[in-house]
Ligand binder design. Structure first.
Ligand code: 26Q
Length: 825
């Protein structure tokens, strides 16, 4: 049938052009004599979409035939970025289609640049979900993503007088070719209401949750196809959009109350309106809890419906279904499945609970106390009365079992309880997630160890430590090297003799034998240089600042957060600036010029983080306009850091900074992206930095600072003893306070976090060793040949950090699933 109707199979240039023109004239209803870059993008995208749909159908058909165990990745964030380039590369269409658009008078780069990012995530956790979907598709695993289709993604960042201002990200303004609306897949989601007890025909006490129509919302499915690389498989992310069930309140309307008549409708649509812009910080907003349940309820009813199609008995559920919880955000899924099994299917509690715990596994992404999800019991009770009862029952049965194992330890019960006994009470989502899952994992070796030693310590005591393990994060080499750095990708492919490394990243080890070849090194440097030129152009376009591509590019791009210590970075920049000013012109001639590049968004309500952005821009203003230092230092804050900006920045970095206080950054994933692209890193002994260090060796990384096991003592000392501030740091602080970087009063709250606060993130304690490490960087960069060798060895040793490795570990050790390759039809 596909052949007969000529739908999206052919990969050649002519078929592309035919399809392109058809989409211009029909889909876009435009004249072929009047195609701008945006229309060309749309026509190209629709052409690719046709091919995606074909593969997506074949994949679903294969899944239906085999009916394998499937994994469902529940994530409130999927930070996908752009899709066109990625789809062209994964499908192997880039070359032919590039020729095709060229003949029609377009440049593929311009076309690609028309696409807006799908920015349905904050940072690391959301981008990780996107990388994992790429690997699941590439490895042919039968997998689905489930999330929300936010009308507004993460806000767009502008700068005004050096301060961040937020603009709404109304990304669906124009048609989105990367989603397939499934207006036939709709699910009712209930809120509020009451619970009725009754005795069923067998004499069993049962519960039924009833509510009013006005409190029911409809979930509509939008499917986002995710193509694998070098495979016919194409998997699906199902994003739910909310709409009212009851269309219009006619009674109110007839009473002349028009606003009230549409209010219900608006409230329903509100649920999926906006992504909460907080990263590593919990906000206790009712609407956020409603988002969580709306998403969880729709997803589970979809999953259960699919399971029921195979007519297998309930005790086989966990042999057919694995559900991964991306942090605690979907924890209500545990309660919802228990409710479905007990209330709707009439299964006994204990049997249902076995099914539930065998189905779920939970990934923790943070150890920061302010990020731990807790919801007030009265709020949960009001929105989800039956779920609150079930949570209390889960907790009761759990604590009874703990009490049997440790009859004399009453404190243990309070520590493990899912309910925090405060006024009001709170539901501790991490506790619920642990109790309801068969496996709990952290995202890097250190992080997983710290979880066991600190916040989950008592659970390890009760369950034993087999329930807790590590799955070090990974990144997809397709987007983060092949797509973002085509020049380096090509060089690597040529050196290794094939593209196989894109599916087996360990093959990069083969680059080691090229390190000593002068010619290879030259080409390696040329690729890096052209990436730096590309970034310099982007910087000029986005900030007006002109930077020298021969300077050392020093990059810190990530969400702005105190624990990530962008503040320490800019304080170090001031220190460098003051040192440069003291030099004679002759002495400065020996200095390696540096461009210090920042980028990242601060949560709109995070006052201190916003001050850090202002300080960076104020310092940049002074330094960039000081001719006396003769361009030995430039400071740039690139606005609106997002996935597609990252694709320009990362390949151009010489050194990037990953300098969180030890023990605070669960993993970090951009560190992996930089090193994979031949960038060195300057980092603390934290998160995945430690494992990167293990892989690439001492000579190719700059590590500094106190270790995680020293942090408690240092914090204690700051609190209770008078610790003098590091003298170099004090000098920098004095400089800011003298007004050198503008009215210092605005920075007082920021400076106070060190001087009058408790220096919770230990900037003073790490400052000297940070400066020392920076000095080593300067020295090392002077020897260009040695630096290039380090750069090559960095990439060569990054095999471990492919998301393919991570996904294989999850698949084999947690999910128990096997690949199901799609057949070509
Ligand atoms: C929770 C409740 C209410 C509102 C918001 C939130 C919320 C939202 C996002 C809490 C946390 C997040 C995001 C966390 C995150 O991105 N963590 C990062 O995960 C990466 C992938 O594992 C790690 O590499 C990073 O170290 C970690 O910071």
């Amino acid at each position: 049938l596909w052949e007969k109707y000529g739908v999206g199979e052919a990969d050649d240039k002519e078929s592309f052009q035919k399809s392109f023109i058809r989409h211009v004239t029909t889909t876009l209803a435009r004249s072929v004599y009047n195609i701008d870059n945006f229309s060309a993008y749309q026509a190209t995208a629709h052409t690719v979409r046709d091919r995606l749909i074909k593969r997506w159908n074949d994949t679903q058909q294969a899944h239906t035939e085999v009916d394998p165990k499937r994994v469902y990745y529940l994530s409130l964030e999927f930070l996908l970025g752009r899709s066109l380039d990625n789809a062209l590369l994964n499908l192997g269409l880039k070359e032919n289609y590039g020729e095709g658009v060229k003949e029609l008078g377009f440049r593929m780069e311009d076309i690609l640049d028309e696409e807006v990012d799908a920015a349905l995530g904050n940072g690391g956790l959301g981008r990780l979900a996107a990388c994992y979907m790429d690997s699941l598709a590439t490895l042919d695993y039968p997998a689905w993503g489930y999330g929300l289709r936010y009308t507004y993604g993460i806000f767009q960042q502008r700068l005004k007088d050096g301060f961040q201002v937020e603009l709404p990200d109304y990304w669906l303004n124009f048609d989105n070719p990367w989603e397939l609306p499934r207006l036939d897949v709709t699910i009712d989601v209930k809120f509020c209401g009451t619970v009725n007890r009754y005795t069923d025909e067998t004499g069993k006490v049962r519960h039924v949750w009833v509510n009013e129509d006005k409190d029911t919302v409809q979930a509509v499915a939008y499917d986002v196809p995710i193509p694998g690389y070098g495979t016919k498989n194409c998997i699906n992310i199902r994003l739910w959009s909310s709409k009212p069930k009851r269309k219009f309140n006619l009674k109110r309307f007839n009473e002349g109350q028009y606003e009230q008549a549409v209010q219900e409708q608006m409230e329903a649509e509100n649920i999926t309106a906006v992504l909460y812009p907080n990263d590593n910080h919990m906000v206790g907003k009712e609407l956020r809890l409603k988002q969580q349940y709306f998403w969880v309820s729709a997803s589970l009813s979809d999953i259960v419906r699919r399971f029921k199609k195979s007519s297998k008995p309930w005790d086989e559920f966990s042999y057919q279904v694995a559900i991964q919880l991306n942090d605690t955000h979907p924890t209500l899924a545990i309660v919802e499945l228990q409710r479905i099994l007990v209330d709707l299917e009439g299964i006994d509690w204990d049997e249902a609970w076995k099914i539930v715990t065998n189905t779920f596994a939970f990934t923790n992404h943070t150890i920061l106390p302010e990020a731990m999800e807790r919801w007030p019991v009265p709020m949960v009770q009001y929105l989800l009365p039956r779920h609150m009862q079930i949570i209390f029952d889960i907790n009761l049965f759990f604590l009874q079992a703990v009490e049997r194992a440790y009859p004399d330890d009453r404190e243990l019960l309070a520590k493990l309880s899912i309910i925090e006994e405060s006024t009001p009470q709170f539901v501790r989502m991490a506790h619920l997630a642990i109790v309801g899952s068969h496996r709990v994992n952290g995202v890097a070796a250190l992080h997983s160890e710290l979880l066991k030693k600190t916040i989950f310590k008592d659970f390890v005591r009760y369950y034993g430590d087999e329930k807790f393990d590590n799955k070090t994060n990974g990144i997809t080499p397709r987007r983060w090297l092949h797509q973002a750095n085509p020049k380096l990708s090509e060089l690597i492919t040529e050196a290794l003799g094939s593209k196989n490394w894109l599916k087996n990243l360990e093959l990069l080890k083969g680059l080691k034998s090229h390190v000593d070849k002068v010619d290879f090194r030259k080409r390696w440097v040329t690729a890096k240089h052209s990436n730096k030129v590309r970034l310099a152009e982007y910087i000029k376009k986005s900030t007006g600042i002109i930077v020298n591509p021969n300077a050392l590019f020093d990059v810190q791009v990530k969400r702005i957060h105190e624990y990530k210590r962008q503040f320490m970075n800019i304080l170090g920049v001031i220190h460098r600036y003051n040192a440069l000013k003291k030099l004679t012109s002759q002495e400065r001639a020996d200095i390696v010029p540096r461009v210090v590049i920042f980028g990242g968004k601060a949560a709109p309500g995070y006052y201190i983080a916003k001050l850090v952005i202002k300080l960076i821009n104020s310092v940049a203003d002074v330094i960039n306009n000081d001719n006396s230092i003769e361009d030995t230092l430039k400071v740039v804050f690139i606005p609106d850091y997002n996935v597609s900006v990252a694709e320009i920045i990362i390949p151009a970095s010489d050194i990037s900074q990953h300098i969180s206080t030890a023990g605070t950054e669960a993993s970090g994933t951009s560190n992996m992206k930089f090193v994979l692209n031949g960038g060195l890193i300057l980092g603390t002994v934290d998160g995945a930095n430690i494992e990167i260090h293990e892989e690439i060796g001492d000579d190719n990384i700059f590590m500094f600072g106190n270790l995680a096991d020293q942090v408690d003592d240092l914090r204690h000392a700051h609190r209770y003893r008078n610790i003098p501030i590091d003298p170099s740091l004090q000098a920098v602080i004095n400089d800011i306070e003298s007004g050198h970087f503008g009215d210092s009063r605005i920075f007082a709250p920021l400076i106070n976090t060190i001087t009058h606060g408790k220096d919770y993130y230990l900037i003073s304690d790490d400052f000297q060793s940070y400066l020392d490490a920076q000095k080593l960087v300067d020295e090392a960069y002077k020897d260009k040949e040695e630096w290039t060798k380090k750069s090559i060895l960095c990439s060569a040793n990054m095999g471990k950090f492919s998301s393919d490795r991570a996904i294989q570990e999850y698949a084999e050790q947690i999910w128990n699933i096997d690949p199901v390759p799609a057949k070509r039809s």
